[in-house]
Design a protein around this ligand. Sequence first.
Ligand code: SAM
Length: 228
Amino acid sequence: RFYTPDPLGPGEFVLTGPEAHHLTAVRRFAEGDEVVLFNGDGHEYPARVLSAGKKTVALSVLAPVAADRELGFPLVVGSALPKSDRADFLVEKLTELGATRFVPLLTTRAVVQPKASVVEKFSRAVIEASKQCGRNQLMLVDAPQKWDDFVARPDLPGPRVVLHTGPGLGRVGSGGGTIAVGPEGGFTPSEVDRARENGWLVLSLGSRVLRVETAVLAAAALLGERSV
Ligand code: SAM
């Protein structure tokens, strides 16, 4: 599977840049070989290699095939970021689990606050993970957002759930929605209050304190289940 941001359709198509390099130099595809192209429009496009150069690959693209590997409902995750390589891991796994949108969060107790440049970095990770897991729609990556702005956003699907540690909280369910995960230092009481004021539920994943990426992935796996 090879990705292009360009529109695709039956006919000749020229693939360039890192994907062309990947196709020829890394994967060693050559004239006559069959590959699959995707661009995030929900389809995949079987194609045959016409000629394979180092920097450009000419392909004959066939009719698109609908290949829907989405959850069927929106699953938005807002999260404080763990340190660099664990953040990349988090984005890769969230893509595999079918999340539809990821929002890096600016929170009070975060050791590292996300910079605007993470959008490009994470978007590349989404493409790589989509090539591997077969998704034909890309998880969206938003610009880092302040907690107060995030919890007041009108476009987030419900139920909206803040994951929080501590006793006496209800447990996370299934069927999509929005989850928010705090930094290694946890959410402050006023951040939790602000979410509650905006109608968010405050729920738990159990009695053990999980790392940010574990909490994100466990919650995404639970919410990614279809409700019964
Ligand atoms: N000392 C912090 C505290 O007690 O809140 C630990 C924060 S934890 C490393 C990072 C984030 O993961 C938390 O803010 C929360 O969003 C989420 N989290 C971790 N364990 C959780 C659990 N058992 N239930 C719900 N959320 C959890």
